[in-house]
Design a protein around this ligand. Structure first.
Ligand code: BGC
Length: 418
C-alpha cells in the first residue's frame, strides 16, 4: 500500500473508540460492584479457562491475580483526557468515539451531578478545539447501581429512567454535537448478561434476556425521537456488533439454514426493529464465524491473544450486506485486535483498509472508521491483560502512554489517505 488511491472521501472520519468504564477510572456502577465480588473467583478459574492459549505463559501471572479483574483507576483517562486527545491528533485522526458514564451524571436516582455534567462538556469542547469530531455514545453497557437494583432493562417501566438520562444529554450537549450513538451492542449485552451470564447482572434467564433486548429496542426508539425533536440536525444511530457469519460447508443445507438463522438473529433482528429510527448504522466488527452443525467451527489460526479467530477482510461482506439491507450511511464504530506484542495489528488494519476501499468502490456509503481502541483498557470480565490499544498504557509506570509501531504506521497511512 505505498501509493494508495484517493478513494476515501475527503470528509471521511478516521478515529479511535473508547468506553468510559474501560478507561476513565474512579467509577461506581453495576460493573465495579460485580468486579469486586468476582475478582477472586475469576483469578482462580483463569488457568482452567485460558491455559489452552498459546500465549498462556505470558499472561499467566497477570490472569491469576485478582487485581487484574478490577477496573479501579482505569487508565486515568478521566483526568488525562487532554493528553489522550493530543495523541489522537498525533495519530492524524479527525474523530473520536467515547461514552458518557450514566453513573457519574446521575449517581443517585433523579439527582444530577453538575460537576460531572461540566466535565463532559469540557471534554467535548477539548475535542472540538483540536478539530476532532466527537461521536458521543450514550450507553456502553454500564448502569448506575440504583438502576440495576430496579431490574435494569428487563422492566419496561425502567426505560423511562434511561430516556430521562438521554433527555439530559440532549439538553446539555445536543446543540454542540453532530453524531450520537444511543446504544452499544445490545445483542452482546442481552446475551452475555443473561444467557451465558458471565457478566453482570449474571442472571441465567432466557426470559430476562428477551425482555432486556426488547426494551433496549424501545429505549433506542424513544431516544431517537426525543433527540431528533430537540435537535433535528443530529445524526443518531447505534453501534451494532455484526459478525461475518458463514456456512462451513456452503452446499450443506443444515449449515446454510443455521447461517441464515444466525445472521438474522444476531445481526439483523435489532437493526430491523429500529430501521425507521436511525440515520446511520454503526458496525463493530471482530468476528467471522463458520457454522457447521449449528456450531461455529473456525480455522485454528490465526488467532489473537484472546483466542479469537482473525479474518479482518470479513468486514467486506458485512459492509455490503448492511448497505444492501438499509441503504444508510455506515460508520465502522469499532474494529481491532487483542495483540500485546503488536504482531497482527498492522496486518489487521491493512486488510481492513483494503476491504473498505473495495466496499467504497462498489458504492457503499461508508463514512468513517474507528479503531478499537485508542488505549489499552479494561477488557470487561477478562480484565487488564488483553491489549487492544493503538497506544500501550503502562499502569505500573505512572500510566505511561506509548504509541505502538502499528499505530505509527496507521497514522502515516491516514495522512496519505486524508
Ligand atoms: C465492545 C468493547 C470491547 C471490545 C473487545 C466490543 O464488543 O464494545 O467494549 O472492549 O468488543 O472485546
Amino acid at each position: 500500500m505505498n501509493s494508495p488511491q484517493p478513494i476515501f472521501p475527503k470528509n471521511f472520519y478516521w478515529g479511535a473508540s473508547t468506553a468510559s468504564h474501560q478507561v476513565e477510572g474512579g467509577l461506581h456502577n453495576d460493573w465495579t460492584v460485580w468486579e469486586l465480588a468476582h475478582a477472586n473467583q475469576l483469578a482462580k478459574s483463569a488457568s482452567r479457562k485460558l491455559n489452552w492459549l498459546p500465549n498462556w505463559p505470558d499472561i499467566k501471572s497477570q490472569a491469576e491475580k485478582p487485581s487484574n479483574y478490577v477496573s479501579g483507576e482505569g487508565v486515568d483517562h478521566y483526568h488525562r483526557y487532554k493528553q489522550d486527545f493530543e495523541i489522537v491528533k498525533k495519530l492524524n485522526m479527525n474523530a473520536f468515539r467515547f461514552s458518557i458514564e450514566w453513573a457519574r451524571l446521575e449517581p443517585e436516582e433523579g439527582k444530577w451531578d453538575e460537576a460531572a455534567v461540566e466535565h463532559y462538556r469540557q471534554y467535548g469542547n477539548e475535542l472540538r478545539a483540536r478539530d476532532i469530531e466527537p461521536f458521543l455514545n450514550i450507553w456502553h453497557w454500564t448502569v448506575p447501581t440504583w438502576f440495576e437494583a430496579k431490574g435494569a432493562f428487563t422492566k419496561r417501566a425502567n426505560v423511562d429512567y434511561f430516556t430521562r438520562f438521554v433527555q439530559k444529554i440532549s439538553d446539555e450537549y445536543g446543540a454542540d454535537l453532530s453524531h450520537i450513538i444511543t446504544l452499544n451492542e445490545p445483542n452482546v449485552y442481552a446475551s452475555l448478561g443473561y444467557i451465558t451470564a458471565n457478566r453482570p447482572p449474571q442472571e441465567k434467564s432466557l426470559l430476562k434476556s428477551a425482555w432486556a433486548y426488547w426494551h433496549l429496542r424501545l429505549a433506542h426508539k424513544r431516544s431517537y425521537k426525543l433527540l431528533k425533536q430537540a435537535h433535528p440536525h443530529l445524526q443518531v444511530g447505534i453501534a451494532a456488533q455484526l459478525g461475518n457469519i458463514q456456512a462451513k460447508r456452503p452446499h450443506n443445507l443444515l449449515d446454510v439454514i443455521t447461517t441464515k438463522f444466525m445472521r438474522y438473529a444476531w445481526n439483523w433482528w435489532f437493526l430491523r426493529r429500529i430501521r425507521l429510527q436511525q440515520d446511520f448504522i454503526g458496525i463493530n466488527y471482530y468476528f467471522t464465524d463458520y457454522y457447521q452443525n449449528f456450531k461455529p467451527r473456525n480455522p485454528k489460526a490465526p488467532i489473537n491473544d484472546l483466542g479469537w479467530y482473525m479474518e479482518p477482510e470479513g468486514i467486506y461482506p458485512i459492509l455490503l450486506r448492511t448497505w444492501a439491507r438499509y441503504k444508510k450511511p455506515i460508520y465502522i464504530t469499532e474494529n481491532g485486535v487483542a495483540d500485546a506484542k503488536d504482531q497482527y495489528r498492522r496486518w489487521w488494519i491493512e486488510e481492513t483498509v483494503i476491504a473498505m476501499e473495495r466496499a467504497l468502490s462498489e458504492g457503499v456509503d461508508l463514512r468513517g472508521y474507528f479503531h478499537w481502541s485508542l488505549l489499552d483498557n479494561f477488557e470487561w470480565e477478562s480484565g487488564w491483560w488483553p491489549k487492544f490499544g493503538l497506544v500501550k498504557v503502562d499502569r505500573e509506570q505512572g500510566m505511561k502512554r506509548t504509541i505502538r509501531p502499528s499505530a505509527q504506521w496507521f497514522a502515516d497511512l491516514i495522512k496519505q489517505l486524508r
